[in-house]
Design a protein around this ligand. Sequence first.
Ligand code: FSO
Ligand code: SF4
Length: 541
Amino acid sequence: MFCYQCQETLRNEGCVAQGVCGKSPETSNLQDLLIYILKGISYWANKARELDVEDESIDLFVAEGLFVTITNVNFDVKRIARYIDKALDKRRIIENKFKEVYERKYNEKFQEKVPDAAVWNPKDNNEDEYLNKAVEVGVLSESDEDIRSLKNFLVIGLKGVAAYTDHAYILKHFNEDILAFIEKALAETLREDITVDELINLVLKVGEYGVNAMALLDEANTSTFGNPEITQVYTGTYETPAILVSGHDLLDLYEILEQTKGKGIKVYTHGEMLPANAYPELKKYEHLAGNFGGSWWKQQQEFEEFGGAVVMTTNCIQKPRNSYKDRIFTTGLVGWPGVQHIPNRKKNGQKDFAPVIQKALEIGPIKKRDGKTITIGFAHEQTAKVSDKIVEAVKSGKITKFYVMGGCDGRNKDREYYTNFAKNLPKSSVILTAGCAKYRYNMLDLGDIDGIPRVIDAGQCNDSYSLVLTALKLKEAFDLKDINELPIEYNIAWYEQKAVTVLLSLLYMGVKGIRLGPTLPAFLSPNVLETVAKTFDIKTI
Ligand code: FSO
Ligand code: SF4
């Protein structure tokens, strides 16, 4: 295996024998092969699109396949192997569709030279063959360091676009253009003659589609669950049966809330699900009782302590301890070998969370714990409502600076920097945050400025889109030409690939001078890093 897609990669070089995240070499290699076949699907899907043939279910499958390979989503070798089976089927379907139309149109067979990813097939679909092929097609199979770096930068950025788009599709909000771009970019990585400049342009284009994907998801979330409202969230627990829901999938939480109505169960959010408490159509459920715990990397201890049933809806799952292995469930694209999985919804139906509910009732009341209350819900609509107040506070000098501190949290010791940074900011500054990075400072009691909290929490990492809208509104309010003239500094923490997409989206919006930490991505070769740093004035922490 060789994997260097996340911030915790070994020695900031690459995981080679076992992932720091817990990924086994088999899982890692099969994920490489899955991506390879997704590129093959994309090759045919692009060709087909040129002849006006489209199959949105295949395009969506490509996005899902990428999502499966994001850090801490799926560790289950068997499930990844089944995704590869499916990918080969899908590839066959789109290849045949394309060839049929081609032959009809040109009256001859399609005879171009086709890349291996578009034609490779195992002899009898067995996992050993998959594993043998996988070692040929991993990250290091590209020999040129800069091309390798850029191709991986591209695929990593696409993973975030794919995840956000998939979330929106689950809520029935569609944008075929985004899926087409994902496939176009993936297919380009198969071109042997692709240049550094072409790849750089594609990487930057990911930022544009990152913004589109986040906008699509924002529309999907807000039109389904309403616009987030400023909300006080309790962080303690009550003595009742309980379910803790982690990850990013709001529809899963909604269905759990529906199915637990009147059953005496309280439902709590964890990690990136915290922002759900601010959506009107979710907060209306009285048994949505608050948030328990912090960011993903504390889950082993927190899930153990929690005591009730736990559902992981997306990333970031860690190896479940034996103490809670029988009361944790995965759903959607998440997988851990041996952990009970709640299957997907059937057409127009809900997922069946009965096994989770049964488990929560079987366990009975969890321990009562006291907790503090935190303020959330500052997505763009709410922030716009108080924008006059904010502008006023800036004009009068009560607010001197904004710090955008979104992104991810992680285990790295150096991340204490973010807590200290937040603590030591002048009292006249305001932090704008989104993503699980917020857990480094959202319980610090940093106070408020004339009623404006000093930590403005827009939501999940994808709600960084909200922060960008807020910045654009401020630019308008102050009648500035350039977003970089605002009194805003960007200090972004990254861990997994969605944060890379967010970073590229900020660059696309024209933001310069971003600080990125706690370390710079290992997948950037020295030359690529120099180019990106120079062009966008990216700095370290
Ligand atoms: Fe965090 Fe994990 Fe939202 Fe990520 S829970 S690290 S960027 O998956 O998605 O912020
Ligand atoms: Fe290593 Fe991160 Fe890859 Fe896991 S996802 S194997 S920790 S680089």
